[in-house]
Design a protein around this ligand. Structure first.
Ligand code: GLP
Length: 260
């Protein structure tokens, strides 16, 4: 696991965007795994800027989103469909037919989840998966206790997640209690993983994910098993990392490190 500690949210967003751009420069038809939530907003803004000002091209890109609330129509302003189109897709040039977001309104969730997994495989697998982290340590909607080999499926949200996400809805009662989510096993199959976290509220979850034991109680800790995962944090989210000094040392000495 590589841990990149940044001074600010903006710096974290720019560093992560640079990593995504590197993937696209090496493979213009890359398959990207997309995340929602407030955390990746700055990353998306930076990618949009790179697209508009520096010609970063998404015309051959395919995307798969991590998750969606069950029961919200795609037009609902808190649906992840709406979020992705408003904050990213409508500002770049990804062909609409290349965009995949789990359906929160299908009449057959089991069949849909199987189809979604198959689409990922048919697209050649995910090259780079963007992730946020819940304050309970979840990735996507893989709540504590989720199997570390889970696949795309229906999930009941934890109370903590409903509380955290209530700020986006007019009342707590409006927050859906079910979601469809890629599994931890699905996520671990991505070739590269980029997890972003900012703010003091994420400091405990980040420390447990990076330095704690691998456990289904903190599903982000499964990333320790991945051969190419990078964690981008701002100062606040890095606040409880015991190895902070070492992580900074590694980054400082990177330019002179022997090439692998
Ligand atoms: C939701 C999403 C996660 C996201 C998390 C954190 O639970 N399913 O993918 O990482 O929220 O959201 P935020 O970035 O707003 O803190």
């Amino acid at each position: 696991m590589e841990v990149i500690c940044c001074k600010t949210y903006d710096e974290m967003s720019r560093e992560a965007a640079r990593a995504v751009a590197q993937v696209l420069n090496a493979k213009p038809d890359a398959v990207l795994g997309m995340a929602t939530g407030s955390t990746p907003l700055g990353l998306y803004q930076e990618l949009v800027r790179m697209h508009k000002k520096e010609g970063l091209d998404f015309s051959q890109v395919t995307t798969f989103n991590l998750d969606e609330y069950v029961g919200l129509p795609t037009t609902h302003d808190q649906s992840y469909h709406y979020f992705m189109h408003e904050n990213f897709f409508k500002h770049v040039n990804i062909p609409l037919q290349n965009i995949h977001i789990p359906s929160g309104t299908t009449s057959n969730y089991h069949a849909f989840c199987e189809w979604f997994e198959k689409r990922i495989v048919d697209a050649g697998g995910i090259d780079a998966q963007i992730l946020g982290i819940g304050s309970d340590g979840h990735i996507a909607f893989n709540e504590p206790g989720s199997s570390l080999s889970s696949r795309t499926r229906l999930k009941t949200l934890a109370k903590q997640t409903i509380d955290d996400n209530a700020r986006f809805f007019s009342s707590r009662e409006q927050v859906p209690i079910y979601a469809i989510t890629m599994g931890v096993g699905t996520i671990l199959e991505a070739r590269k993983i980029l997890l972003l976290a900012n703010g003091k509220k994420k400091a405990d979850a980040v420390a447990q994910a990076v330095e704690g034991p691998v456990t289904s109680m903190i599903t982000a800790s499964a990333l320790q098993l991945h051969p190419d995962s990078t964690v981008f944090v701002d100062d606040d989210a890095a606040g409880k990392l015991k190895m902070r000094e070492y992580f900074d040392w590694v980054q400082k000495n990177k330019p002179g490190a022997p090439k692998v």
